[in-house]
Design a protein around this ligand. Sequence first.
Ligand code: BG6
Length: 509
Amino acid sequence: MTSLHANPLRDPQDRRLPRIAGPCGLVLFGVTGDLSRKKLMPAIYDLANRGLLPPGFSLVGFARRDWAHQDFTQIVHDAVKEYARTPFREEVWEQLNQGFRFVSGTFDDDTAFGRLRETVEELDESRGTSGNHAFYLSIPPSYFPDVVGQLKEHGLASPEGGNWRRVVIEKPFGHDLASARQLNAVVSEVFPPESVFRIDHYLGKETVQNILAFRFANAMFEPVWNSNYVDHVQITMAEDIGIGGRAGYYDGIGAARDVIQNHLLQLMALIAMEDPASFEARSLRLEKQKLLSAVTLPQRLDLHSARGQYAAGWQGGEKVIGYLDEADISNTSTTETYAALRLDIENRRWAGVPFYLRTGKRLGRRVTEVAVSFKRAPHLPFTSTATEELGQNALVMRIQPDEGVTLRFGAKVPGTAMELRDVNMDFAYGGAFVESSPEAYERLILDVLLGDPPLFPRHEEVELSWRILDPVVQYWAENGQPEPYASGSWGPDSATEMLARDGRTWRRP
Ligand code: BG6
């Protein structure tokens, strides 16, 4: 039995114990961006609040703005107040705040990087960060060469005497295979592969990691997880929001590059890969890589892919404008805001089982899920009227927002006749656990600081994903305008037709 008065830091039952970061700091490039304010700064605070950061943790902001120290502190403060998941506690904030520094400069400014080096050294002295620093590039990839070059020039990229230096990069990892390779060449010239942490924030989600738990910690699902039993798989990432203020990033990128290349293909890899020898990064990445290299595109992209662009419509009781009327979008833009694609996997487990991926903005509702649809029972010893309302068995991993797993199967309707209908058996995170799920960025930032790589895709996975997607976006680029769909709907008709051709329908989540 554990003593009520046990020191939580000494308590062997304390599950936090092995996961507290050692002395270190984080240098953040792109502090004025949306991601920093809405996700990164709040996640850092939440980690501090949960006692997972070292007491001397330091956060250095680097930006062009001519800010004083207080301006930076204010920005972080406001971001934390507005977006942090855990309650604001003055004492946590005060301690964190003492480790804040701000360096003003552009990415090609030599003297600014000189000041950054001095700042980092000063923190090593005053806060005990021990020369351990992560550099988070929350900036457009076009600036990577400047920044990593400067880090190298100023001796910030190479560890000395047992400390560590890591670089964190955010998607987009290029906009096609060639640019992804170039980007990787730039980064890997300065940082060795084990020091590069590529963020795909979907992998930081509890429900995404639960795919691994679900598949590999249980005995009863894996035997049916193959083409003998599975009819097809649908992976849906639907958003109700439009592009908001992100025209500069989104236009010309589009839905497929924005989320299929990374989030959806990573989900597919986790759902379909073989069991890894262990959860070490090397084994996990190897299995994902093997799976991605077995993925094939359909011969006819005209029949097995679909894309759309949201038009005006109604969403949540409000009238919303179409993509072409959004600020800073040209009214001839061909960027897709909806993309659907059939993929196949050429291996023994999955041959003949289509994987349908779809994503879109301004759809009916925000939901991400993976639905595995099973084949019908080979023989139904019931009358055809008894089974006319019976669908296919399905296992649905509800990634967000209603986190959980649903198993759909047929059951007898109470009454004197044998009549069957589909019912759901549900596991809901909220009902099963008292702990609430941390934000993906909390987990991922902590993993960076701990140097724990399994949840970070490596470059080979990025390349394989572009290999899959390049022909699709190229085909679309040569084929004019995407089909408009009304905001608040479930996407363009061509996506419905795409599935109908295979005798299937999209799920209505
Ligand atoms: C990002 C995309 O990677 O994921 C955005 O760039 C998208 O376009 C976002 O809105 C969705 O993330 P989440 O965690 O809200 O599903």
